[in-house]
Design a protein around this ligand. Structure first.
Ligand SMILES: [Zn+2]
Length: 317
């Protein structure tokens, strides 16, 4: 089968290869793959992940068609991949936190991923996609939507809570719409004015006196420390990324005198993914697209990924 492979990091080291389909589990014909910061950084060598095996097939967000029956999955089902590898044998797995498995990691990082014509993957990592969800939305669930859904759950929102979301990119675009559906009073710090059509308040600068009950800020760096001052007393800030840097200056006095909470969130559990599929099945969800590419034109897609302002990049087979 054809696959995308690299043996050392760097976009220009990407090759199209002919390789054998390896691994155990259900065979899936890949239809679409997402391009996320995770994939970009993995290929460009911007992260400290222990990538294996080498040479490596990247791709951590995939939708496709099951080629054979499993216990629950049937041949012909439209499926997406839950992209955490886990052992079902540690305290994190036993407590329903398989995304934090001590012996696990991200599919496509600690294993070969899905930028290939076919994959083989354990049935516990496959989810059937309900009919109303279109292919481009489906392929954006495994990373973008799941990360955003869990980050909202981690903030324990109450109806009418005022929420400020930093950015409307790959994950933010889901966070704003899911928060809106959850009945929150949504503000997004972004230049993407199209979101106003959905009833979401878009602000391109945050007024000094702006206060929110919840802040979702995956941008990291200096913006993280600054955003704390926009929390109301008892407010919560959730992070799942460090786009502008891993280190932040925090006013610790502001933190305790206002009883603020800082919460981390990463990926999601299989339970989160099931809940999310039911929400998306019933809701009219808008997925802004930037562009679709053939998987075999992935170099063009990777260069475009850096330049794009907003919208998803999806790779087709
Ligand atoms: Zn485990």
């Amino acid at each position: 089968m054809k696959a995308i492979e690299f043996d050392k990091s760097g976009i220009d080291n990407i090759k199209i290869v002919d390789t054998d389909l390896k691994g155990n589990g259900i065979k899936v014909k890949v239809i679409k793959a997402g391009l996320n910061p995770l994939d970009y950084n993995l290929i460009a060598g911007n992260v400290v992940y222990n990538v294996k095996p080498m040479p490596h097939i990247p791709g951590s967000e995939v939708m496709g068609i099951a080629m054979e029956d499993g216990k629950n999955i049937r041949k012909g089902d439209r499926v997406i991949v839950y992209n955490r590898i886990f052992d079902n044998a540690c305290d994190m797995c036993y407590s329903g936190n398989e995304h934090l498995c001590y012996n696990g990691g991200i599919w496509g990082v600690i294993t070969n991923g899905g930028y290939s014509e076919y994959i083989k993957i354990d049935e516990q990592n496959l989810f059937r996609v309900p009919e109303p969800i279109d292919d481009n939305t489906a392929v954006s669930i495994g990373i973008g939507a799941l990360t955003s859904y869990r980050s909202l759950k981690r903030s324990k929102p109450k109806i009418n809570d005022k929420i400020l979301i930093y950015g409307a990119g790959n994950t933010g675009i889901f966070t704003v719409q899911l928060a809106h559906k959850m009945g929150l009073d949504v503000y997004v710090y972004s230049r993407n004015k199209e979101l106003e059509e959905l009833g979401i308040k878009v602000i391109d600068s945050i007024p000094e006196d702006f206060l929110a009950d919840i802040i979702i800020n995956p941008l990291g760096g200096k913006l993280f420390g600054d955003s704390i001052k926009h929390l109301r007393r008892k407010g919560k800030i959730v992070t799942y990324g460090v786009l502008t840097g891993r280190m932040a200056d925090l006013d610790i006095a502001q933190l305790y005198t206002n009883e603020l909470e800082i919460t981390g969130s990463t990926g999601g559990t299989r339970k989160d993914l099931s809940e999310l599929l039911s929400i998306l099945e019933k809701s009219n969800f808008r997925l802004p697209m930037y562009k679709e590419y053939s998987l075999w034109d992935i170099k063009d897609a990777l260069y475009a990924f850096k330049e794009r302002v907003n919208g998803r990049i999806v790779l087709n087979l």
